[in-house]
Design a protein around this ligand. Structure first.
Ligand SMILES: Nc1ncnc2c1ncn2[C@@H]1O[C@H](COP(=O)(O)OP(=O)(O)OP(=O)(O)O)[C@@H](O)[C@H]1O
Ligand SMILES: [Mg+2]
Length: 226
């Protein structure tokens, strides 16, 4: 199956809000790096949450791996798509950084050595080794962001939606993230990245989608222009 996520005539309003997403039809391909861009308030985060099934459409349908998102539990969807929230205000409950990543593992590994191996891989990948035993509460904003990413990538899923992943990262960390994403892409894993970072988008994206006021006004795949 080529389309990992499919939106069909999707509209969405928050309770008592005007229509935020206006009749969007969109197919997100597996194995493609898609960037979602557009001005503040244009509906990017809302669209990302609809694609992930965190929000359900007011009208229209969202299919994740061919299944209607309204018929899937978040646990089920979580095995298909990894999601990074914009400004991750995650519930930090683990005592240490290493434990926090271990808790993020989707399935409870009975094999303790395997869990340790995966956690160590992520600590190395995101340059958090020196913070392994620190409390997540004491991390800097950028370190928290990298911890959130580690908690997502530790689950080897086929698709990721990342909402502004470069926001809190300095140049050096952004380069590290760039390298990681390139590597992940080369494994054939698909991604939807919501970003204001033009350079980052141009560097990575196979496809660029632009939103404005709840509509798609440009899609490089269809060469659709306003
Ligand atoms: N929970 C909510 N209830 C009501 N309105 C909301 C809610 N969340 C977002 N909105 C409104 O929906 C619109 C789209 O918001 P959204 O967060 O999707 O935009 P965005 O493109 O991600 O913006 P940004 O670039 O600033 O992150 C905005 O007008 C926002 O005020
Ligand atoms: Mg947003």
């Amino acid at each position: 199956m080529n389309h990992y996520v499919e939106l069909s005539n999707v509209s969405f309003s928050y309770p008592r809000s005007k229509r935020i997403i206006k009749n969007i039809t969109l197919k997100l391909n597996r194995s493609q790096f898609t960037a979602l861009v557009g001005p503040n308030g244009s509906g990017k985060t809302t669209l990302g949450k609809l694609a992930m099934g965190i929000l359900k459409p007011s009208s229209g349908k969202v299919f994740i791996c061919g299944k209607n998102s309204t018929e899937m539990t978040l646990g089920e969807i979580g095995k298909k798509i990894g999601y990074l929230f914009q400004n991750p205000q995650r519930q930090l409950f683990a005592l240490t950084v290493a434990e926090d990543i271990a808790f993020s593992l989707e399935w409870n590994e009975h094999d303790k050595a395997e869990t340790r191996r995966k956690v160590t891989n992520m600590l190395e990948l995101f340059q958090l080794e020196h913070l392994r035993n620190s409390s997540p509460f004491n991390l800097s904003h950028g370190e928290k962001e990298r911890l959130a990413l580690a908690g997502i990538f530790v689950n080897h899923l086929d698709y990721f939606i990342l909402d502004e992943p470069t926001m809190a990262l300095d140049m050096e960390r952004k380069q590290i993230l760039s390298d990681i994403l390139e590597k992940i892409s080369s494994y054939g894993i698909g991604m939807l990245i919501i970003s204001h970072d033009q350079d980052f988008v141009n560097q990575h994206a196979d496809r660029i989608i632009k939103m404005s006021e709840g509509e798609i006004v440009y899609d490089s795949t269809n060469n659709l222009r306003p």
